[in-house]
Ligand binder design. Structure first.
Ligand code: HEC
Ligand code: HEC
Length: 351
């Protein structure tokens, strides 16, 4: 049977509908589910409090998203909005549905009529500034085109100086209002949310790497955890020390002090930020070339994930081989171990 689109409009419509549905599933639905499922918070990322979560609802309700993005792109002009480009893990705590009727909010935004708010809690961390700016942005930024939100505030003849947040509104912005202008609970929650917007840092190797010389082969730090997995390279390398080129360094100690802050001691990584090494096809590959290269040269291949730093200047061949063998024999991984010569050969091929 051949389709005859010229004669049969039903076939045409059916074909278009099927193609449309398939395209939607493959370019929108599947990737969205993948990002939603494979995500987790960064080590020092804080969950939202009840109040901040309600503040987020006020943020959505008032259409702040129409003018403000929350995404730092990996380009020079976005540097000013945060210390690093945004990654999926940054949105982990806002992925919950708002309620039965409302989906999780789309905070990325697309319009930058106002500044990006990714890190605004760091940049403008004064609650008084935030309240007055919401009451009337022109009171603080004369040329601002941001709308005023006076309905988030109320007027009291005499405010309670302990429980109320009283705004110090300049006279020319009071419009003849006599009493005290105080923040409603909605305004307090919104400001709590704005102040909570701080970009969590990604641990960098230099931040936590102890003095590399303290990890030299001879004076290995003793491994305190009882979790030394059976067959970890430290055991096996000791056993095979004489067998051509088996590394002598303590792979587990080096992994714990250097790699585990990102990839976690469990080898499971952090979804949305650092890939799991447990079960990784690269780590379990019989050909160790890519595995060795990644550790020497760093790696940036998985879209959305951060960048793995290079370690070629931090570790010698013996240490790299020991770490790799630890990865290859831990957390249920069961791949062929490598020799110091394997690392030496690959190091020679990179500059
Ligand atoms: C019509 C577009 C528009 C809307 C809607 C809007 N803003 Fe703005 N916003 C701006 C502009 C423009 C600026 C820059 C000038 C200024 O600081 O007032 C700004 C600035 C800000 C700043 C200061 C950011 C910085 O880094 O200087 C904050 C905080 C802010 N807005 C929060 C909000 C909140 C919360 C809402 C919703 C209640 C909101 N905005 C709604 C346009 C908008
Ligand atoms: C600063 C955080 C960080 C540290 C420290 C770090 N890594 Fe990574 N690693 C990453 C990131 C991010 C990726 C994914 C990079 C990409 O492809 O975008 C990665 C990827 C990998 C991969 C590839 C895994 C796969 O299946 O794709 C291996 C293997 C690996 N790292 C091993 C190590 C080892 C060994 C160490 C310690 C010497 C280490 N990493 C230290 C962040 C880190």
């Amino acid at each position: 049977m051949f389709f005859n689109f010229h004669k049969n409009h039903k076939e045409l419509l059916l074909t278009i509908f099927v193609m449309y549905a398939m395209l939607s599933i493959f370019i929108a639905v599947v990737p969205a589910i993948d990002v939603q499922e494979n995500n987790g918070p960064l080590p020092n990322e804080k969950d939202m409090t009840e109040q901040e979560r309600h503040g987020l609802a006020i943020f959505i309700e008032n259409g702040c998203v129409a003018c403000h993005t929350q995404q730092v792109r990996d380009i020079a002009m976005d540097k000013m909005w945060g210390g690093r480009p945004s990654i999926p893990a940054d949105y982990f705590y806002s992925k919950e549905r708002m309620n039965v009727w409302q989906q999780s909010p789309s905070l990325l935004g697309s319009e930058r009529t106002g500044p990006d708010l990714t890190n605004v809690g760091e940049r403008l961390n004064s609650p008084q500034w935030q309240y007055l700016h919401l009451y009337n942005p022109r009171a603080l930024v004369p040329q601002s085109i941001m709308p005023a939100f006076p309905f988030l505030f109320k007027i009291k003849a005499k405010a309670d100086s302990v429980r109320d947040v009283i705004l110090a509104v300049p006279d020319n912005f009071r419009r003849g209002i006599k009493g005290d202008i105080v923040a409603t609970q909605d305004a307090k929650d919104l400001v709590a949310y704005l102040l909570s917007l701080k970009q969590a840092s990604i641990p960098t190797p230099d931040q936590f790497l102890p003095n590399p010389t303290s990890l030299m082969k001879k004076e290995q730090p003793s491994v305190t955890s009882a979790s030394a997995s059976p067959g970890s390279s430290s055991d096996s390398s000791a056993a095979m020390a004489s067998a051509g080129g088996a590394p002598k360094s303590n792979g587990q100690a080096l992994f714990t002090s250097t790699c585990s802050l990102c990839h976690q001691a469990s080898g499971e990584g952090i979804k949305g930020a650092f890939p799991a090494l447990k079960g990784s096809t690269i780590v379990n590959d019989a050909d160790p070339t890519l595995h060795i290269k990644i550790i020497l040269e760093g790696y940036d291949a998985i879209p959305g994930y951060g960048v793995m730093p290079p370690f070629k200047d931090k570790f010698d061949d013996d240490q790299v081989a020991a770490i790799i063998n630890y990865e290859r024999t831990s957390w249920g991984n069961n791949a062929k171990t490598i020799t110091v010569d394997d690392v030496k050969k690959i190091r020679a091929t990179i500059k």
